[in-house]
Design a protein around this ligand. Structure first.
Ligand code: MG
Length: 273
């Protein structure tokens, strides 16, 4: 099931997306032809579909929002060897985690606002793990039970700031630096999530292309490692690292992260107004 969060006529709801986003009349990534069946309640507990369906694409009043509002986004650095190498970095022995604040999260179609302090903002396409239940010290065999599903993420990074400041709070935590979406795919198991194509395009030009199977530390490793240190809440997100091919974004660009079996997350880059 694809679970979206959206606004309609001033109300916010979750819903199950129906239709094939890869073959709709608007082409891959388009919402045209998709409908969403409104969920009664929230997807972090047992829920029912209401049967009330509204169109997602076209000129309707439905607007997709970030699929979750995480209390925290825990992101993993240097989890693909080829990406570590392209920036001249060693691969760490253990997962290397940092935070992106809740205020960095934006949804599909929202704008990435170029920060005032940077002249070198990069895209980083990443698989995002969405946590479904409160958990801590999750044993490896229980990891599958605490994951609600997966979505696309862009770990937008002020690369010059990342180089010049020891902590990455500003470089990777500025407002709008964490696009998430377009929805949460709940129908992928751990083995499936470990074998997905992941790409980033800028203005339609391919920049990043990898597979989640190239991760150094697996999804299980990451959930075990992060939950060893901190309680994870429903809706929290773990970003699993980016494959090679990161590169610059400039105002006016449109960046799209596509993950096989999940969907496409598209955002425009704008200057600070
Ligand atoms: Mg990253």
């Amino acid at each position: 099931m694809r679970i979206a969060r959206f606004s309609i006529d001033g109300n916010v709801a979750f819903g199950a997306v129906e239709g094939d986003p890869t073959s709709g009349p608007g082409g891959p990534g388009s919402l045209d032809g998709l409908v969403v069946d409104i969920i009664k309640g929230v997807p972090f507990a047992d829920f029912e579909l209401s049967g009330t369906k509204v169109p997602l694409g076209g000129s309707g009043s439905v607007r997709l929002l970030p699929p979750v509002l995480p209390s925290k986004v825990v992101a993993i650095g240097r989890n693909y060897a080829a990406h570590a190498a392209e920036l001249g970095n060693e691969v760490p022995d253990a997962p290397w985690a940092f935070f992106k604040p809740s205020t960095s999260v934006i949804g599909p179609g929202d704008s990435i606002v170029y920060p005032s302090f940077s002249h070198e903002v990069h895209h980083e396409a990443e698989l995002a793990v969405v946590i479904g239940r409160l958990c801590r010290e999750v044993p490896r065999e229980r990891v599958k039970d605490v994951i609600l599903g997966y979505t696309c993420a862009n770990d937008v990074t002020a690369r010059d700031t990342q180089r010049s400041e020891k902590q990455w709070a500003r470089a990777k935590g500025f407002d709008s630096s964490c696009p998430l979406g377009p929805w949460i795919e709940t129908g992928i198991d751990l083995a499936g999530a470990a074998d997905l194509a992941i790409t980033a395009t800028v203005n339609g030009e391919l920049r990043q292309a990898g597979r989640t199977g190239q991760m150094i530390h697996s999804i299980e490793d990451l959930v075990v490692n992060v939950s060893e240190a901190m309680t994870l809440l429903p809706g929290d997100v773990i970003l699993t690292g980016t494959p090679a091919g990161v590169g610059p974004l400039t105002p006016g660009d449109e960046v799209a992260v596509t993950i096989e079996g999940i969907g496409t997350l598209t955002n425009k880059v704008i200057s600070r107004g």
